[in-house]
Design a protein around this ligand. Structure first.
Ligand code: SF4
Length: 230
């Protein structure tokens, strides 16, 4: 991490500025269906984007609405999402999450989350089975524009390599560090641009340090073999 004399916020600001200059301001994706987004993030666990999309489309085609998914026999939900893998684990998580949502107001509206402080909203979401801080933060940031910073595998790897967080930091610790040192308006573009950088340049294996726009800020430049692969 930057030493005590270095202002972490200033380093994050420079990372953010250079990533914006390289990748641009990410376009805001709409989120018309927060419950659908929550279900998709549960489906995305340990599988590819393609398989997530396939299993989500199959689930939506198999049932007319969320109430029908919630009340269906578990095997029917397992069958509908089989394409995404781990269907036996994900189906009960989805049904339990839907029941918890329905119990609040007898509908599948989550807009009340936006009225809560972010810590409270995150705490409620992470009380759902299979929902961790990453999933909760994605939902809060993308659907409700709340000040939550999601840390996926790319963000986790790149931030630790840069030295914005200790090499041993967990994703939740990285989340807390960034949330404490960056203003909320950076969360959305920083999250998406760190993912882009992690996919294109700061790859898990063989990061391309020579062409990296963050190289002179980075604690792990050209020491990829010892840097966290994430
Ligand atoms: S210099 Fe290398 S390790 Fe550091 S952010 Fe760039 S690609 Fe990743």
């Amino acid at each position: 991490m930057p030493d005590a004399s270095t202002d972490l916020t200033a380093v994050i600001a420079e990372v953010h500025r250079r990533l914006q200059a390289t990748y641009g301001e990410p376009r805001r994706r709409g989120c018309s269906d927060p419950v659908g987004s929550l279900v998709q993030t549960i489906l995305s666990q340990n599988t590819s984007d393609v398989n997530t999309a396939r299993s989500y489309a199959s689930l939506r085609a198999a049932f007319p609405d969320w109430h029908a998914v919630m009340t269906a026999p578990a095997e029917a939900v397992v069958d509908a999402i089989r394409a995404g893998g781990l269907a036996n684990q994900k189906a009960p998580r989805i049904q339990a999450a839907l029941r918890a949502i329905y119990e609040i107001r007898e509908d599948f509206d989550l807009s009340w989350l936006a009225e809560l402080p972010v810590a409270e909203a995150r705490s409620w979401l992470t009380s759902l089975p299979g929902v961790g801080n990453k999933t909760a933060s994605i939902l809060l940031l993308f659907c409700f524009d709340m000040p939550a910073f999601p840390v996926d595998t790319h963000v986790h790897r790149v931030t630790r390599r840069l030295g914005l967080a200790p090499a041993s930091a967990s994703p939740d610790q990285v989340m807390r560090i960034i949330e404490a040192h960056a203003p909320p308006e950076w969360f959305y573009p920083l999250h998406l641009n760190l993912i882009r950088h992690g996919r294109a340049v700061c790859k898990a294996q063989k990061p391309r340090c020579d062409g990296c726009v963050l190289a002179n800020l980075c604690a792990s430049k050209n020491v990829a073999s010892t840097a966290p692969a994430g």
